[in-house]
Design a protein around this ligand. Structure first.
Ligand code: FRU
Length: 493
């Protein structure tokens, strides 16, 4: 593996700069031969303040190049306290970013734009705000998502309504300049005992005549919470959900996902923010916080649920195959499967003994006291990821989380698991469909090793393969001063 970061928790293949704070992915767009991933970024420290748009690009979703910071707050300007989230579109030679202009002296973040005519290297902000005021009756307002549909441009803006409901507000335009407000595209149900909520970062994917609205639930009291997906179709200019909202990811550390429509093959790609699951003081010591998930492919299954899997390109990061075992495990003793590196990709097929739970244990300390457990429970029809023992440091969050998988109740059919671990993040995908993302912070010096374990009274069969994942290129620090310079001038070693 190429030079590993000295900080054992700093991911090697997930996108983020080596230092400082990041949150939401922003401005995801394919433009002129490159995928562009911008992200909320504080270049001055590991805490959420003074947010800029950092920038990576890639021709292939494998090799990523850091580019100069794209958007910085303008002192005394309409975005003086932060260039908050939004997306971007590609129009001929231009990239147009739509974002939320943050100032501490107003409660809403009005919508504005910036434009780049040199593939995202330099940006010109619109002199005045594009949409200065929120519509009446809103109590939160930010995060534009703009897309082209038929002969017009459409925009959703995340919002909270004064009756306690969350809403994605709809605007339309023919020229990206003049926007007509058309009312809520979709709202949450009337606030019950949950209290008032708002939706941040609405995203919208169409699949033929069906569609999925992805929103990040936020409350005035506790801030960011989790992400839900609403599936349905559009009727008379409004979104009509045809099933109850579902979690988009079943883990505790996944928020503000954003979509990118890939060119040519019509795939919907998605990145999200995986926040820290350790106390702030520890993140401050480390000097960084937050990571973007790997790119995922999002699709709609025949039964109308949204399925996700790691983008197929991620397979190209597989290096040496470190482990390949088939066999069975019984209650009598766990089976040692072998060693893995701290950044690995694993594929497993398990034929489960329905009398108990069966799974994999990732052991990260020599004495076996520190481990992350992944357990499948065919009787309950779910998978559990338990990080209660995943860090010997009590400043790391614990808990266990489940991912439903009804198909697992079919006896004899193998459960297919894909686990991608990158030092302090695990993305666990079941049957190429449902994903659970979490952060964990092993302290153990390793070597890391895997076990198969079961509590069933019969036996479970397994086939497990794992590969080292190699970063295509070490990620370097974006610079603030580098506007318009060649990449080598921009990123000091
Ligand atoms: C979501 C969010 C957005 C906002 C941005 C600020 O995590 O709160 O609503 O635009 O982050 O960084």
């Amino acid at each position: 593996m190429s030079a590993l970061p000295a900080d054992p928790h700093l991911p090697a293949i997930h996108l983020r700069p080596p230092h400082n704070w990041i949150n939401d992915p922003n401005g995801l767009v394919f433009h002129n031969g490159h995928y562009h991933v911008f992200f909320q970024y504080n270049p001055h420290g590991p805490q959420h303040s003074n947010v800029h748009w950092g920038h990576f690009r890639s021709p292939d979703l494998i090799n990523w190049e850091p580019l100069p910071v794209a958007l910085a707050p303008t002192p005394d300007g309409y975005d003086a306290d932060g260039c908050y989230s939004g997306n971007a579109v590609s129009v001929d030679d231009r990239m147009v970013a739509f974002y939320s202009a943050h100032r501490n002296d107003r409660w809403w973040q009005p919508i504005t734009t910036a434009e780049s005519q040199d593939n995202g290297r330099t940006w010109a902000k619109r002199p005045q705000l594009l949409i200065p005021e929120p519509p009446a009756g809103t109590t939160m307002y930010r995060d534009p998502y703009v897309w082209r549909q038929a002969d017009r441009w459409r925009m959703l803006v995340g919002s909270a309504l004064d009756d306690g409901r969350a809403a994605a507000l709809l605007y339309e335009s023919t020229d990206l300049e003049n926007w007509a407000y058309l009312g809520p595209f979709h709202t949450s149900d009337a606030a019950a005992d949950t209290g008032p909520i708002g939706w941040e970062c609405p995203q919208y994917a169409t699949f033929g005549d069906r569609s999925a609205l992805i929103v990040s639930d936020w409350t005035p009291k506790n801030g960011p919470s989790h992400t839900t997906v609403h599936t349905g179709r559009e009727k008379d200019g409004r979104f009509a959900a045809d099933s109850p909202p579902a979690p988009l990811d079943h883990g505790p550390d996944f928020y503000a996902p954003a979509l990118l429509k890939a060119p040519g093959d019509d795939r919907w790609l998605l990145w999200a923010w995986a926040w820290e699951a350790r106390d702030d003081a520890w993140a401050r010591e480390a000097g960084w916080a937050g990571v973007l998930t790997l790119p995922r492919e999002v699709s709609l299954t025949a039964d109308g649920t949204v399925a996700q899997r790691p983008a197929r390109e991620v397979l190209a990061l597989r290096g040496a195959r470190t482990l390949h075992r088939t066999g069975h495990v019984t209650q009598a003793e766990p089976v040692e499967l072998g060693q893995v590196s701290p950044t690995f990709d694993l594929a497993a097929a398990l034929v489960l003994d329905a009398t108990g739970t069966t799974g994999l244990r990732l052991i990260t300390s020599a004495d076996g006291a520190e481990y992350l457990d992944i357990r499948l429970d065919p009787a309950a029809g779910h998978l559990t990821v338990d990080r209660s023992h995943a860090s010997l440091d009590t400043r790391a969050r614990g808990g266990s989380y489940t991912l439903p998988f009804p198909a697992m109740k079919r006896p004899g059919s193998p459960a297919e698991l894909r686990v991608i671990v990158d030092r302090s993040i695990a993305e666990i995908c079941l049957a190429d469909e449902q994903v659970l993302t979490l952060r964990f912070y092993p302290l153990g010096e390793g070597p890391w090793r895997l076990q198969a374990r079961t509590t069933g009274t019969l036996r479970s069969e397994f086939a497990v393969e794992a590969w080292d994942l190699d970063p295509a290129e070490a990620l370097r620090e974006p610079t603030l001063a580098g506007r318009g310079l060649a990449p080598t001038d921009c990123f000091p070693a």
